[in-house]
Ligand binder design. Structure first.
Ligand code: ADE
Ligand code: ZN
Length: 328
């Protein structure tokens, strides 16, 4: 309908997508075949049927199985180029893409193999598809702070290709403060900072507080439980913290027996919220436009709300003021 067409056509930016989460089943089979990797599925349908998870931990188990087919620079290139092609087709003008190097270096793949594939795809997409992009390196938070620091140091030679540092994976017993020194170093090296505070995780309010007050990150990925804490909302508003919310992954909060839509709640409180897709290949194949359509239906968003979300996505981005002006 009219709003759907409006959503696809609206110029937008995406601030929360995991490149490894854009590995579509067909591509996973193709890479497996050419790399001689055996998958525990015979068909695309069987693979899709296996994508039934009910919480962060069960999602991560399925998500980490996918990485085994990513081996060569060309795999990382094609993965990234396919995502950028899809994003450009939805009028995404600019995107900041998460990648988790530890998922690959821990299997013996060189950091340079990953970086060369990603950055070559970015350059080709910039030229051929008119979509600009930057990379955000995420640490896996169940690994040690020492491993994160080593990863940060191996990223320093590539700093012109990496705009920020993030934190993802299993939050249980892995609070942001575990990485306080690593993030302090990252900030000193000039990186922007963002951190996942996924919905209803262990100690979630304390995790959000640490991101806001101890780490003082620029953004929070998800962060929906902040709506339960007016004191934390006040801090985020004062600091101008942005929130990248993924309605296909987790769009609703349950409060006093009532379902609160997170995007509606953040808009109503004047928080800088943006909508993104998270891991589209594992989440029904919904990319950012489909995520906005879901949000529109769930939160009854008006055209004005949709334009606010699009504007927020550019305002939350880590591009220069001059480049931002060309989009707004
Ligand atoms: N790694 C990849 N996707 C993730 C997500 N949505 N939450 C936490 N860690 C992730
Ligand atoms: Zn995420």
């Amino acid at each position: 309908d009219d709003l759907t067409a409006f959503i696809y056509a609206m110029p937008k930016a995406e601030m929360h997508v995991h490149l490894e989460g854009t590995l579509e089943p067909e591509m996973k089979f193709r890479f497996a075949r050419r790399n001689g990797v055996t998958l525990p599925y015979q068909t695309v349908e069987e693979m899709r049927d296996s994508y039934n998870f009910h919480d962060l931990q069960s999602f991560l188990k399925i998500f980490y199985e996918g990485k085994t087919v990513l081996l060569k620079e060309q795999d990382f290139y094609e993965l990234t180029y396919a995502y950028l092609t899809k994003a450009a087709s939805q009028n995404v003008l600019y995107t900041e893409m998460f990648f988790d190097p530890q998922m690959h270096t821990d299997r013996g793949i060189a950091f340079s193999t990953v970086m060369n594939g990603l950055t070559r795809a970015q350059a080709d997409a910039r030229k051929n598809l008119k979509i600009d992009s930057q990379l955000v390196l995420c640490f896996e938070r169940e690994l040690t702070a020492e491993s994160a620091m080593k990863t940060l140091e191996s990223a320093l030679p590539y700093r012109q290709h990496i705009v920020g540092i993030g934190l993802d994976s299993d939050e249980k017993n892995n609070p942001p403060d575990k990485f306080r020194d690593v993030f302090a170093r990252a900030r000193k090296e000039g990186f922007h900072l963002t951190m996942h505070c996924d919905l209803n995780q262990f100690d979630t309010h304390e995790h959000i507080r640490q991101v806001l007050e101890d780490i003082q990150a620029d953004r929070i990925d998800h962060g929906g439980n902040i709506l339960e804490r007016p004191d934390l909302v006040a801090i985020a508003k004062r600091r101008g913290t942005a929130f990248t919310v993924c309605p296909v992954a987790c769009g609703w909060l349950r409060e006093n027996g009532e379902n609160i839509n997170i995007i509606r709640g953040m808009l109503d409180r004047g928080l800088k919220v943006t909508v993104a897709s998270d891991d589209p290949a594992y989440m029904k194949g919904d990319y950012v436009a489909e995520s906005l359509i879901v949000a529109q239906g769930d939160a009854n968003l008006s055209k004005q709300d949709l334009l606010t979300l699009a504007r927020n996505s550019f305002e939350a981005s880590w591009i220069s003021a001059a480049q931002r002006k060309t989009y707004l």
